[in-house]
Design a protein around this ligand. Structure first.
Ligand code: SER
Length: 581
């Protein structure tokens, strides 16, 4: 039997669901419109409104392959199955089919189309917890599909419940499908079941049955319209189909691993391969390495790559070879990678140079202290003041045959440092929960007004480079290569406030992408948009492609005030502003 490659498997999935009445929708951007989440982590995110009653422009059955970034898994990368970037295969129903058909189609796809052996598929479902009942229906449908009861297990909310993403949204019980990679139980013997940590099982598909809506205070109410959201990691499915035991052995990763060629150090090899994919995708979305938020994640990924390349002594240029592999691997699937290829390489190069400079400065200090005694506290100093990762200091020490004493002090200090930053972040995001959403919506509308005002006052070449909202303020990054004068700041502020006073209605329209762009609507993402996009217009003043939500009229906003302007890299300015009574 021919082993399918990842491109064939991706296609097989889309075709199977298309033949079952689903419309194929392209992946949305990795940067979600929902301001409460940093990255797109699941296929359902772009469809969130259709689960709660808004009419889907694609019909009520859709299928997609979504680019995702999950930073929560960043420290687990290095094992057989965890990744920071992955593609999620998903089929969705908005008030159309429910548990029965979802389970039938999933089993049919895996056993008939992918021809995975039935006895290697294990299932978990929601056991019930507190006021929530056991999901007996799902269990029965599994049994009706001839799944042996010995491979069906109930688990609680922690495992078999999903959602919401962000502060509120649809959620519900799940059925998880796990694949038995090795067929060999660990020391736990017959207690080695799905979710066992030994690596025998890998969760491949999560079938979420959205029956509830969770509001910002955590209360659940039944959704009028039931929905299905499924997510299957392409890399993991490919591992199963290609009869491998690790995602890194599949055709998706083989070319990276061949270039790195350090099978003696599989963990570092895997970290490099995974992080290069994520970094290339993030840079392609317009993210730059910075010290905050998305840019910070990118910086962290890049520095981890540089560090591991140095430790493995692969030579500095290895990374560029790997970047080319990412671009080549997705040729024809995500053409934007190739279109931005040169920029991607130059951004990585600049960051590599910065890192080299930091290392040079750090190395001087290291050389001074290495004679008098290296300690964990010194290593922390190098890390916090000079951005030298502990692994680099350890590597220098190893090459010098030196020992870092009291290394635990490093971890202790790092933890303290993290706690201080976390407290700061909580303060910043405090109140995400009660009442935050209306504030966020108002700030979102204010962001559109600000964007339009900047263009009116400074010129149409202003381009949005990023934005973000917390309950207290909005942040808007845009291309502009000098500081705004006090007078310009006042003019922008006044124009926004004038529009607020005019109490202009905000009109939402659904249009084919081309028409939207031709009509002059501004579009932020360099990314592919869906065929049909939503355009929000504020009179003649502002028109943007945007997923919303917005207030109904500008008079709903309070007085607009710019608090700060700063530079965040060459040619990029940042404005922070708020609304206050
Ligand atoms: N939203 C679910 C998940 O991310 C299924 O798509 O696992």
């Amino acid at each position: 039997m021919k082993i399918m490659d990842s491109k064939e498997i991706r296609k097989l999935f889309l075709e199977f669901f298309e033949n079952n009445g689903h419309k194929i929708v392209s992946s949305s951007s990795l940067i979600p419109t929902d301001p409460s989440v940093l990255f797109t982590t699941a296929g359902m995110q772009q469809f969130k409104p259709y689960f709660v009653g808004e009419k889907s422009p694609y019909g009520n059955r859709v299928v997609s392959v979504q680019k995702c970034i999950r930073t929560s898994d960043i420290d687990e990368v290095g094992d057989e199955s965890h990744l920071t970037f992955f593609e999620m295969l998903g089929n969705f129903s908005f008030g159309d089919y429910f548990k029965k058909e979802t389970i039938e189609m999933a089993i049919e796809f895996l056993t008939k189309k992918c021809r995975l052996p039935g006895q290697k598929l294990w299932f978990t479902y929601f056991s019930g917890q507190n006021d929530l009942l056991e999901d007996i229906d799902s269990k029965n449908f599994l049994l009706e599909n001839k799944i042996s009861p010995e491979r069906i297990f109930p688990f609680n909310k922690e495992t078999n419940w999903w959602g919401p993403t962000g502060n509120e949204g649809p959620c519900g019980p799940t059925v998880e499908i796990h694949f038995d990679l090795t067929g060999k139980p660990c020391d736990l013997k017959d207690k080695c079941l799905p979710n066992c940590k030994c690596g025998r099982f890998v969760e491949i598909w999560n079938l979420v049955f959205n029956e509830y809506y969770q509001n910002q205070t955590g209360e659940l109410s039944l959704l009028k319209q039931k929905g299905v959201d499924t997510g299957m990691g392409l890399e993991r499915l490919v591992t199963a189909c290609q009869k491998k035991e690790s995602v890194f052995e599949t055709d998706l990763f083989e070319p990276f691993v061949k270039i790195i060629n350090r099978y003696d150090n599989p963990v570092k090899q895997r970290i490099i391969a995974d992080h290069v994919r994520s970094a290339v995708f993030l840079i392609t979305e317009g993210i730059k390495p910075l010290n905050v938020e998305r840019g910070y994640i990118l910086r962290r990924l890049l520095r981890k790559i540089f560090t591991n390349i140095e430790i493995l002594e692969l030579g500095k240029d290895k990374i560029y070879e790997l970047v080319k592999v990412v671009i080549e691997n997705y040729n024809g699937i995500y053409p934007e990678l190739k279109q931005n290829g040169e920029d991607t390489i130059s951004i990585i190069r600049q960051e590599a140079e910065k890192f080299d400079k930091a290392k040079e400065a750090g190395r001087k200090i290291y050389d001074k202290i290495k004679e008098s005694g290296l300690t964990g506290a010194y290593a922390f100093e190098l890390y916090s003041a000079h951005s030298i990762p502990l692994e680099i200091t350890q590597e220098w020490a190893r090459r010098d045959n030196k020992e870092i004493k009291n290394i635990n002090d490093f971890y202790k200090l790092q933890k303290e440092h993290q706690e201080i930053s976390r407290a700061g972040a909580e303060k910043k995001f405090g109140g995400v929960g009660k009442g935050a959403s209306l504030e966020a919506i108002k700030l979102h509308t204010a962001t559109h007004l600000l964007h339009a005002s900047l263009r009116k006052i400074l010129g149409d070449e202003i381009k949005q480079m990023g934005s973000d909202i917390t309950p207290e303020r909005l942040r808007f990054d845009f291309s502009f290569n000098r500081k705004l004068s006090e007078q310009e700041i006042r003019q922008v502020e006044d124009l926004v406030n004038q529009k607020i006073r005019e109490n202009v209605m905000i009109i939402k329209n659904e249009l084919p992408l081309k028409e939207a762009l031709n009509s002059g609507a501004t579009a932020f993402f360099k990314e592919k948009y869906p065929d049909i996009v939503t355009v929000y217009s504020i009179g003649e003043f502002s028109k943007e492609i945007c997923a919303g939500p917005h207030v109904t009229q500008t008079g709903d906003l309070d007085n607009f005030k710019i608090m700060k302007q700063e530079s965040v890299g060459s040619g990029i300015r940042r404005i922070k502003a708020k609304l206050s009574l």
